[in-house]
Ligand binder design. Structure first.
Ligand code: MN
Length: 441
């Protein structure tokens, strides 16, 4: 695969329409060309979780779809684990099987499909379902690929030395914590921790005052690798299953006191929110772009470089942060957009994260989650965190209803959104990654 064209097939045809009418709305996140997977059940039903595919405002229940609809013979084994609620098994089958499943789902949901009379009975409105984490997440690593974020934050913490010299050579990361990863819609409590207040002689143990969000994407690893066997760049792009939105909630005051010398710890591991729908690598294929380094920057070392990565290692994903405060909610005001940026500005590609992570022999598991790090844009106002938008708390952010923020207040709801759009391709979106801040427990 050396050009983007080879990643495309009939499922990406922008002219395709679905017999599910809401999937044909121009602004839907979930047209026929997307087909993201999520783990769901009917709200309040207590049923076992099953895997579904978002299509317009509906979800196709793959458990019912396997039971009640005829499928091509070679598709049934691909659907069986999904019908049983398991997304990890299909993650490990490899890219060819994933493309085959995507083609079968695309054909089944297409206008004129002979399967439509059966599948009409296997739809549930998304308004009537609840969603879980999409799979059992193995391990969680958070990277730092947003160079504009790394530079802006570095300036706040180290004005004389914002970007450390390893940044342009090593995809910087740290091991995070799986136990506190939650799905969109779950609330997050403000953490308590050690705060070293200005001019104080000693730290205090109090609720964080500088609670923040971080706008990130999360990569779900597909098959992974055996211990001791690195994943070369030539394989790395086939070894991730898809992307979700990820909010790496961060307590900046706890972070500032604890982060040296071993990096973030309790400032981060009290909560991480991800979006429920996994947008697959295949769905993102039309939005691949050349991966280029700015003039004068070092090229990646050979083991982090490949022709395919240069040709289409970057992905054009528009990212947005929205905020709805408690009083906005009480006044019936909609959320307000705080910033926009794009994943194409990331300093390292998804393939490079996977190859780097396994380059010492470290084994990745199916369903491991890799955070991309905060995606801030190059322009002022494109910060992917409040730390950046408020210049470290020095410049309050003015909201349309007259409120201001330097960091998050209790009752604030943070909503991450993302979509991909370009001429000649059908727009696809990620849905929402939302979380509300509650007072400390
Ligand atoms: Mn982060």
């Amino acid at each position: 695969m050396s050009t983007t064209t080879t990643l495309l097939d009939e499922t990406h045809d922008p002219a395709l329409k679905s017999w599910v009418a809401s999937a044909n709305a121009p602004d839907t996140d979930f047209p026929l060309q997307n087909l993201p997977f999520g783990r769901f059940r009917r709200r309040g039903s207590g049923e076992p979780w099953r895997i579904g595919v978002a299509i317009g405002e509906q979800v196709l229940d793959l458990k019912l779809a396997l039971q009640q609809c005829p499928w091509p013979r070679d598709t049934e084994p691909l659907l069986q684990p999904l019908a049983a609620g398991d997304l990890l098994e299909p993650m490990q089958r490899g890219a060819a099987a994933r493309r085959q499943l995507r083609l079968a789902l695309s054909q089944a949901l297409r206008e004129g499909s002979e399967q439509s009379p059966f599948l009409e009975l296997c739809l549930a409105p998304q308004a009537d379902i609840e969603l879980a984490l999409p799979c059992r997440i193995g391990e969680y690593t958070d990277f730092y690929t947003g160079i504009h974020h790394a530079t802006a934050v570095g300036k706040l913490f180290r004005p004389d030395n914002p970007l450390l010299p390893n940044y342009k050579w090593v995809p910087i990361g740290y091991h995070g914590r799986v136990s506190s990863i939650v799905v969109s819609g779950q609330a997050v409590h403000r953490p308590r921790g050690q705060l070293m207040l200005p001019d104080a002689p000693a730290p205090v143990f109090e609720p964080a005052r500088r609670l923040d969000y971080e706008l990130e994407l999360g990569v779900l690893v597909a098959a992974g690798n055996a211990d001791g066997t690195p994943i070369p760049m030539a394989q790395a792009d086939d070894d991730w299953f898809g992307l979700v939105l990820l909010n790496d909630w961060s307590a900046r005051d706890i972070q500032a006191w604890e982060y040296q010398p071993l990096g973030p710890f309790l400032s981060k591991n009290f909560g991480t929110t991800i979006s429920p729908w996994v947008v697959t690598a295949e769905a993102l294929a039309p939005f691949r772009r050349p991966f280029v380094r700015p003039d004068g920057d070092p090229q990646p070392l050979p083991h982090l470089d490949s022709e395919a990565n240069r040709a289409h290692g970057a992905i054009d994903i528009e990212l947005e942060v929205w905020l709805q405060t408690q009083s906005m909610r009480e006044q019936g005001l909609p959320p307000q957009r705080l910033s926009q940026s794009n994943f194409r500005d990331a300093y390292w590609s998804v393939a490079q994260l996977i190859t780097h992570h396994s380059s010492n022999g470290c084994n990745l598991w199916p369903g491991d989650l890799l955070g991309t790090g905060t995606q801030s844009g190059p322009q002022p106002g494109q910060g992917g965190s409040m730390l950046e938008l408020s210049a470290g708390g020095k410049q309050p952010i003015a909201l349309a209803n007259g409120e201001t923020r330097t960091f998050l207040a209790d009752g604030d709801t943070v909503i991450l959104r993302a979509h991909c759009a370009k001429p000649g391709a059908r727009r696809i979106g990620f849905g929402e990654c939302a979380g509300t801040v509650l007072p400390p427990r």
